[in-house]
Design a protein around this ligand. Structure first.
Ligand SMILES: [Fe+2]
Ligand SMILES: [Fe+2]
Length: 324
């Protein structure tokens, strides 16, 4: 496999990441104090019908997705988006999709991948600072309580972030900016709602007039399946699930593929590219996202206790071993 990166960029990124990690340790006390500043009112917990409690601040004491809040971690996140916006181009995504469609990196079960993901920490995420398997199970268990009959949704929640294995050396060791963070379409104008939009100025696609109109290379209503979205763990896991012939419904695949597409599901941008099936599936993505975001808290899940249930679901919807 040949994946070309500007190694200087990667080195700089790694350096800054190390600095950020060190600073995170020092910053913990500040962040707690800042929480009081950001939220002068006592925290209101959002409680769903089943009692799922959605905290209003994340593990660091910030409002969720507070990308502009001060703090070292936020600076690291901003730098992450700078690199993401400069390097994710139409051609880059095309190359990534070709390479990873081969599914020649590994063979393993869904559960084996859940365990493998424990080695990964997502640095783009201002809300999460714990092993990924906790987040997967927190999200899945929270949805299971509120939607007990939608077993496909529980499993979708469990596997939605498995594509983050792209960060591991066995999967090409892609840099963070090519794996995590919010996603957005390429081949048409970058919507203002995309986080840290200003950094697109250095993206080579901005020099291509064909990519800089509202529809760009697409037609209105063409369906998101025909739209090239920035490369990352969403699209990779979608490819893995689809090519391994999952029995998950299209709404499950839609959630996996577009859960980081915040400009669409949070801001309503790019809806002109959707078709009717996308519109129906978007309703499920809105439901899912609430849990994806708010279950990133310090609530612990007893992995061994819930594991048998999820193994049953994996057996129902996936083959024993998958090609990755
Ligand atoms: Fe994700
Ligand atoms: Fe997630």
């Amino acid at each position: 496999m040949t994946i070309l990166f500007d190694h200087n960029v990667q080195d700089i990124e790694e350096d800054e990441t190390k600095k950020t990690k060190q600073n995170d340790v020092d910053a913990v006390t500040d962040l707690v104090l800042e929480a009081g500043f950001l939220h002068p009112d006592p925290p209101q917990l959002q409680i769903s019908s089943s009692g799922f409690i959605a905290p209003v601040v994340n593990a660091f004491g910030h409002a969720f997705r507070a990308y502009d809040a001060q703090g070292q971690r936020q600076k690291g996140v901003e730098n992450f988006y700078r690199l993401n916006h400069i390097h994710q181009t139409f051609d880059f995504v095309k190359r990534m999709r070709e390479e990873y469609s081969k599914l020649d990196k590994m063979e393993m079960s869904i559960w084996e991948c859940c365990e493998l993901l424990n080695e990964v920490v997502d640095e783009s995420d201002p809300d999460l600072d714990e092993p990924q398997i906790e987040h997967l199970l927190q999200t899945a268990e929270a949805i299971r309580k509120d939607y007990p009959d939608e077993d496909w949704l529980h499993l979708t929640a469990l596997i939605h972030d498995l594509g983050k294995v792209l960060l591991l050396p066995k999967f090409g060791g892609l840099p963070q900016w090519a794996v995590v963070g919010d996603t957005h379409p390429l081949g048409c104008a970058f919507d203002e709602s995309i986080v840290h939009h200003k950094y697109f100025i250095d993206n080579p696609d901005c020099q291509n007039p064909a990519y800089n109109t509202k529809n760009g290379v697409y037609e209105e209503g063409c369906g998101l399946d025909n739209v090239t979205i920035s490369w990352g763990h969403d699209d990779y896991m979608y490819l893995v699930a689809k090519e391994n012939k999952t029995k998950l419904p299209s709404s499950g695949l839609f959630i996996i593929r577009y859960h980081s597409f915040y400009p669409l599901h949070r801001c309503g941008a790019y809806t002109h590219l959707m078709n009717d099936e996308d519109k129906a599936n978007l309703k499920w993505l809105h439901i899912f996202n609430k849990y994806d975001l708010y279950s990133k808290s310090k609530v612990r899940v007893d992995v061994e206790k819930v594991k048998p249930y999820y193994l049953t679901l994996i057996k129902k919807y996936f083959p024993e071993k998958l090609r990755w």
